[in-house]
Design a protein around this ligand. Sequence first.
Ligand SMILES: *[C@@H]1O[C@H](CO)[C@@H](O)[C@H](O)[C@H]1NC(C)=O
Ligand SMILES: *[C@@H]1O[C@H](CO)[C@@H](O)[C@H](O)[C@H]1NC(C)=O
Ligand SMILES: *[C@@H]1O[C@H](CO)[C@@H](O)[C@H](O)[C@H]1NC(C)=O
Ligand SMILES: *[C@@H]1O[C@H](CO)[C@@H](O)[C@H](O)[C@H]1NC(C)=O
Ligand SMILES: *[C@H]1O[C@@H](CO)[C@H](O)[C@@H](O)[C@@H]1NC(C)=O
Length: 574
Amino acid sequence: MEMRKFLLALLALVLYSLILNNGAVEASHKKYMNLQSVRAVNVNHLHRTGFHFQPKKHWINDPNGPMFYKGLYHLFYQYNPKGAVWGNIVWAHSISTDMINWKKLEPAIYPSKPFDKFGCWSGSVTILPGNRPIILYTGIIDPNNTQVQNYAVPANPSDPYLREWIKPDNNPLVVAVVDVNKTAFRDPTTAWWGRDGHWRMLVGGKRKHRGIAYLYRSRDFMKWTKSQHPIHTSANTGMWECPDFYPVSLQGENGLDTSVIEKNSKHVLKVSLDVTRFDYYTLGTYYPDKDRYVPDNTTVDGWSGLRYDYGNFYASKTFFDSGKNRRILWGWANESDTTADDVAKGWAGIQTIPRKVWLDTNGKQLVQWPIEELETLRGQKVGLSNQKLNMGDHVEIKGITAAQADVVVTFSLSSLDKAEPFDPSWHNAQDLCSQKGSTIQGGVGPFGLLTLASEKLEEYTPVFFRVFKAQDKHVVLMCSDATSSSFKKGLYKPSFAGFVNVDLSDKKLSLRSLIDHSVVESYGAGGKTCITSRVYPTLAVFNKAHLYAFNNGSEPVTIDNLNAWSMNNPVMNK
Ligand SMILES: *[C@@H]1O[C@H](CO)[C@@H](O)[C@H](O)[C@H]1NC(C)=O
Ligand SMILES: *[C@@H]1O[C@H](CO)[C@@H](O)[C@H](O)[C@H]1NC(C)=O
Ligand SMILES: *[C@@H]1O[C@H](CO)[C@@H](O)[C@H](O)[C@H]1NC(C)=O
Ligand SMILES: *[C@@H]1O[C@H](CO)[C@@H](O)[C@H](O)[C@H]1NC(C)=O
Ligand SMILES: *[C@H]1O[C@@H](CO)[C@H](O)[C@@H](O)[C@@H]1NC(C)=O
């Protein structure tokens, strides 16, 4: 790729974004036509992650069809082989024995047939009886974005790598009927098997502003019929992308196969809302005879509802890992820098660390935790215990690589009496965090970690808690605030935040942060509330990055216990 062509493309981008910013910007992928096939001249390593899933270069988005098959984990993902912006999308393919070290294979699916000539978009894997994996994915069949659902099968099922996939000629399996909007009809789920001998799957859609999960049934997986009613819909939520529907056990942390329907379980329906670009879920009951899903009255059905992650996390997908009897969640974290930055650095997008997901003992939300295999990357370790932090204190955690680390800390409070009053009109955690950042001193909190911090705190990404007193309970706010993360211009620097539904009777709060150069992925209260931030420090890079614990509340806070590790690099898509 010659420099001249590259510079021309950059110029085109600047002009194009000017036009875009003046016009109406659609929620979906912005299309930078001129940049879609501009191959990376070189790959800038400054902000590349050390242990998160990334290809060697170029653009990635949604995780697709994760599965465990014959002792190997497979991950497919939306990938642009020709550039660092969205476009030319194929299903890239990697395999692993531990979901931490990855080997890159050739793309599994790419546009080639009339039923996917204009795009091979997201989808899922179902493992049919006899251990036969089958991919369902969305194909784009014309320049007008008409969407159909296709399938693909391994060319050689005895190849454990499943390198080659065939797209048979009886595709597409499903096309939009008259009353379905064919340009808002995509992302088939993993199918589940009903006792009545029918397979079922969901496809995301919308009608006007109503989000819809269409339900399809089939006896043989080839002939699919749309059921009269969607499994669920919700007004004013816009397009439902990447639906995910699965059972969770009422007891314990084990996962359930997607086809399990039993008394001792609940169902989860997750949708990715194209309008807000966040992933929301509800817990509820699935009635197989009526093929209806009814959310519990304890969960909010809409965009003030529960989220897997209150930060940069979208288009997620789970799968049942039969190897370890757990359900694993993959999600995409896009960049927070500009498209011009992405083109210049030659890459964009990462997958978050795979998380085990299960139902909280309170039955009202899910809990997530990084898979245990991540701990194999832990290297040099430092610890701290019984350290008191008064208001304004910050202590440095020295002796590890602060730009690439795993930190686990438990804070304890001697009293909650100084908690600030909670105003019941504060519904939006992110707004609250942007008003009450780490430098706004409080009663109980803010306290937590200052990650990716420069030595004199010119740059830092604080991850912290703040406790409020509502009428009859305490309210815990968790923030991951990118406001002061970087001097770089043009970045998206939100004060991501969520509330933490935690019992404070032991007056303890725990936090785990996975810090990886341009990502801080945090788990509050054992994984009840998770927040991922993408940040691009200019000073706090490599060995100039520091890590601190801090308290800026008038109530002293004690670090009961803190362990931090330098994280080693896995083999990543070599
Ligand atoms: C795309 O849409 C335009 C405008 O509605 C129509 O004229 C054209 O025939 C469509 N093309 C295809 C391939 O469907
Ligand atoms: C169908 O969906 C597309 C894409 O979101 C939208 O632009 C169009 O207005 C929708 N059509 C109808 C009839 O609602
Ligand atoms: C919520 O549902 C439960 C049973 O599932 C019921 O006992 C309770 O009264 C309901 N609460 C509200 C506010 O509707
Ligand atoms: C604590 O608050 C003070 C006053 O706003 C501020 O100057 C200081 O930087 C804060 N400390 C930390 C570690 O954020
Ligand atoms: C990630 O990038 C930021 C900044 O450009 C946008 O605001 C988000 O909408 C986008 N998220 C997704 C899921 O595309």
